[in-house]
Design a protein around this ligand. Structure first.
Ligand code: HEC
Length: 198
């Protein structure tokens, strides 16, 4: 939906002309574009959370944590890839204590800021961030939202993970750092980036 203008170069050219003719409007039109695209990001993120949690809970019920860990291992990256392909956005899940996905430098800075905001008393559910950044001449919209550790996460990310399960996790992720969490901790964040469609 947000990609339509890319397919219609003549419309894009017309828009550029009309923007040039209205010198004072540029700022507010960017604000509107950011707002609309963030709305889309949040919908994509919710779709991800809902799909993964549904599959995780079903696997947990059917086969316990040893089956559920396969879902996280195989399906989480697939769901991320599918949603990225569908939306055209770059979607990632990362953490200061990663299991699979190390943060980039800017993601690490944002995650560190999230920890400060939590320490200052901001509820994890409200911790999010975005910025518009020019990268290689392209205006990008970067967005991150904190993911809270819930009770069900502790089976695989908590303080006393079952040794057999931990051995399986270590086999899959020899550099695993994603254990020792408590309920309410920031487990990590979803990060979404794409060109800003303004
Ligand atoms: C059955 C085990 C299991 C459970 C339960 C589980 N996870 Fe994970 N988690 C994993 C595995 C395995 C990965 C690595 C996935 C991959 O390869 O992308 C992972 C990765 C992640 C990541 C990506 C960042 C990183 O560390 O690489 C986040 C964020 C995350 N989990 C959050 C959660 C949250 C929040 C919950 C609870 C709602 C949860 N997990 C429950 C096994 C689990």
């Amino acid at each position: 939906m947000t990609k339509q203008t890319r397919l219609i170069p003549s419309l894009l050219a017309a828009t550029a002309l009309s923007v040039a003719a209205m010198p004072t409007q540029a700022g507010s039109s960017t604000d509107e574009a950011v707002k609309a695209q963030l709305q889309d990001y949040k919908a994509t993120m919710q779709a991800f959370g809902k799909t993964l949690k549904g599959e995780l809970q079903a696997a947990m019920k059917a086969g316990g944590p040893m089956a559920a860990v396969q879902v996280c291992n195989e399906r989480a990256p697939e769901i991320v890839a599918d949603l990225s392909a569908e939306s055209g956005y770059t979607l990632r899940r990362t953490s200061l204590k990663p299991r699979a996905t190390e943060p980039t430098d800017w993601e690490r800075e944002v995650l560190e800021d999230f920890e400060k905001r939590k320490a200052d008393g901001t509820p994890v559910a409200e911790i999010a961030w975005h910025e518009v950044k020019k990268v290689d001449g392209e205006k990008q919209l970067r967005f991150m939202k904190a993911i809270a550790t819930e009770g069900v996460c502790l089976t695989c990310h908590g303080q006393d993970v079952d040794p057999k399960l931990k051995a399986e996790i270590d086999r899959m992720y020899p550099n695993d750092q994603a254990i020792g969490f408590e309920e309410g901790d920031i487990r990590g964040a979803v990060s979404i980036t794409a060109a800003l469609d303004d």
